[in-house]
Ligand binder design. Structure first.
Ligand SMILES: Cc1cc2nc3c(=O)[nH]c(=O)nc-3n(C[C@H](O)[C@H](O)[C@H](O)COP(=O)(O)O)c2cc1C
Length: 183
């Protein structure tokens, strides 16, 4: 079977201050077989080219939403992308089958620790619970929703820890290209 194709849609409203998102981005962008797109750079005015985005989504097997966790969810341009690109009759509903069989992955950085994202922690829920709307969005569009890839405690990481996280993200993407499998 031919190698799978990945598009990474990176949504970070403030790349200048980003430490981990920018490092993960550089990692993703240099992998052959990955189309990396800095969405705030492409759409600084929030005017999304819906047809172009749909063409790109159709041409890839895995859609990665890479973003920092903002208020237990995603940055606003990503929500707008979902609202506008996943049209009725294209992504879901009558005739809406263009994403069927593809996979969706949230690759995120979170300020909170993994302990905080538990029933006993300050955020009270697992991060996958907060991401239920993405999971169901994928399901409605006939896509498989992968386990979120999460970098916890993003603000307190050392350079060595960031490099190790980049390595693990790189392995995940390269392994998907080769095997079609995600953890
Ligand atoms: C507006 C805003 C909202 C945030 N909300 C959350 C949140 O709900 N949960 C969390 O764990 N971290 C939250 N954070 C922290 C960011 O997720 C964290 O700083 C980011 O992932 C670090 O990545 P970066 O170095 O690429 O900016 C928030 C940060 C900002 C600026």
């Amino acid at each position: 079977m031919s190698e799978r194709k990945i598009v990474v849609l990176f949504f970070h409203p403030n790349l200048k201050t980003s430490k981990v998102g920018s490092a993960l981005s550089e990692t993703a962008a240099r992998i052959p077989g990955v189309l990396f797109r800095d969405m705030y750079g492409i759409y600084p005015d929030y005017l999304i080219d819906v047809k172009r985005e749909q063409q790109i989504a159709e041409a890839h097997d895995l859609i990665v939403f890479q973003h920092p966790v903002y208020w237990y969810s995603c940055p606003p341009l990503m929500k707008l992308w979902i609202d506008e690109v996943l049209e009725y009759g294209w992504a879901y509903g009558s005739g809406g089958n263009k994403l069927h069989g593809k996979q969706m992955l949230n690759a995120v950085s979170a300020g909170g620790s993994s302990e905080a994202y538990s029933s006993a922690g300050s955020n009270r829920f697992e991060i996958s619970t907060f991401f239920t709307p993405f999971n169901q969005t994928a399901h409605l569009c006939g896509m498989k929703y992968a386990n979120p890839h999460v970098l916890f405690g993003a603000r307190g990481l050392s350079q060595a820890e960031i490099e190790s996280e980049c390595h693990s993200y790189e392995n995940l993407l390269q392994n998907y290209i080769r095997t079609g499998e995600l953890p």
